[in-house]
Design a protein around this ligand. Structure first.
Ligand code: ADP
Ligand code: MG
Length: 454
């Protein structure tokens, strides 16, 4: 692993170049609260003719990213260069004509087709919008496209309800092809289909790509589908790209602890095969309140420990993380007026006593005296409803570079700095890649996932 740090700028002749892109929802909303950071500073390229797979747990921002790339969603910050031009600065009419180049296929073939229009009307709508040639030529084009996607010319006069899920997805795909696009965002295009039909649609997409030289962003949570179709894969977590690189190497030898955890959730074809399973604890944090430091720090099995706690029991270490999450949860929970009154009268609030929570969390472990002492003080501060002070203490004592210790929150931008990893052009964000922290750990040391037959 080399030590090169940077962002995934790469070559500047890529068809799509995304630079520190952010898409926030509810910004400056009604309650003036924190925005939802759905996409929070991503940088990557998509080469012409390439398929970039985008994977990650539900809610990590995949659809938002795909929609923003097509400007169906406004970017909060950053740039999207398409053929070298920043489309985020386009006016409405420029955007309309640009959209001919770029189309989106959605997951749900049930709701994405207008039931009251014939297949012909649905597919030719983009031609009508762009006033392409004559009526007769439009019909000709649509009928030949229906054949291209494996349907028949006669289907022009039928209605969507007469078709199966797979056929409906073919209709959607035909519609996206009408204006000869170069780039397509495929947002879970086969997730709603039967497994047998999935393969047919995937094959169709591959054939169309070869025939028309299409460039794909392929979003999916089914990793085996992504592995099959993608040249490169980007792994997304909490609005960030954690690792990006050529598919085979990334699947066979993931570098990022999150990629590792995500891949170890795939069932192996042969149950006799061994894989050290990294189970992911808990759920991803709320994107309205992302953690400081590394986005994955709250669940990461490879989180760096500060000196003095290297030998702390794994269970205790992991529960300390849970205490922090409980405090973060308490901190932002909106207390009702009644609870505030009860609190001010010194009565117990709905959060209960933090001592009880801690006893429950650490009950089965042997907690060293010095750790217990800190936990008692953390509980005392939390019981006084000063979660902030409790969190500060917890972070001062147990935090590390992964938790953004030493990071100036005012200064830091949410764009992550990648390390170059592996033997091909692969990038990963993880402090474990830094030579200072690269001591052997269960996740970083043994990363190989044994292939069938190896
Ligand atoms: P994915 O496609 O990976 O499941 P999404 O891009 O749909 O993720 O969502 C990312 C985050 O943004 C989620 O927390 C989701 O709840 C939130 N989100 C998505 N759309 C909106 C919206 N229109 N308004 C507010 N929040 C949204
Ligand atoms: Mg989605």
């Amino acid at each position: 692993m080399s030590q090169q740090i940077g962002t995934e700028r790469g070559s500047t002749d890529a068809l799509v170049q995304v630079r520190n892109l952010k898409t926030y929802y509810d910004e400056g909303g009604l309650f003036g609260g924190q925005p939802v950071r759905a996409v929070d500073g991503v940088t990557f390229n998509i080469q012409e003719g390439e398929t970039l797979g985008l994977v990650g747990e539900s809610g990590c921002g995949k659809s938002t990213l795909g929609r923003t790339l097509l400007q169906l969603e406004d970017a909060t910050g950053g740039e999207i260069l398409y053929d070298g031009e920043d489309i985020t600065s386009y006016e409405q009419d420029e955007l309309l004509s640009w959209r001919r180049n770029a189309q989106m296929v959605f997951q749900d073939p049930e709701s994405s087709l207008n039931e009251r229009m014939t297949v012909g009307e649905i597919v030719r709508e983009p031609l009508d919008v762009h006033e392409w040639k004559t009526d007769g030529e439009r019909r000709q084009r649509v009928q030949s496209l229906l054949e291209t996607v494996g349907l028949q010319r006669e289907h022009y006069y039928r209605y969507p309800h007469q078709f199966s899920g797979g056929q409906r997805q073919r209709i959607s795909i035909a519609r996206t092809l009408t204006l000869n696009p170069d780039f397509m965002v495929l947002d879970e295009p086969v997730s709603a289909l039967d497994v047998s039909v999935q393969a047919e649609i995937i094959n169709l997409l591959e054939e169309l790509q070869a025939e028309f030289g299409l460039t794909y962003l392929f979003i999916a949570h089914d990793l085996s589908v992504v592995r099959h179709i993608s040249d490169r894969v980007a792994v997304m977590y909490l609005g960030h790209i954690m690792e990006i690189g050529p598919t085979e190497e990334l699947f066979a030898d993931p570098s990022n602890p999150y990629t590792h955890a995500l891949l170890s959730a795939i069932p192996l074809p042969d149950p006799g095969q061994e894989r050290d399973r990294i189970t992911l604890q808990g759920t991803p944090p709320n994107p309205r309140y992302p953690p400081n430091g590394c986005p994955f720090s709250t669940r990461c099995p490879a989180r760096i420990r500060p000196s003095g706690y290297q030998d702390l029991d794994e269970g205790v270490w992991s529960q300390l993380n849970t205490v922090r999450e409980v405090l973060r949860e308490r901190q932002r929970a909106d207390r009702t007026i009644r609870e505030r009154i009860r609190g001010s009268l010194g009565w117990e609030t709905r959060f209960g006593d933090m001592n009880d929570t801690i006893t429950e969390l650490f009950g089965e472990f042997e907690v060293p005296a010095n750790v217990q002492e800190i936990l008692d003080e953390v509980a005392r501060r939390a019981n006084e409803n000063d979660e902030e002070a409790a969190l500060t203490l917890l972070n001062d004592e147990f935090g590390s570079v992964c938790d953004g210790v030493d990071e100036d929150p005012e200064q830091s931008d949410s764009e992550l700095q990648f390390y170059t990893v592996g033997s091909t052009d692969r990038k990963s964000y993880c402090h474990r890649h830094d030579s200072e922290y690269r001591e052997p750990g269960p996740v970083i040391e043994d990363r190989s996932i044994k292939e069938h037959g190896e």
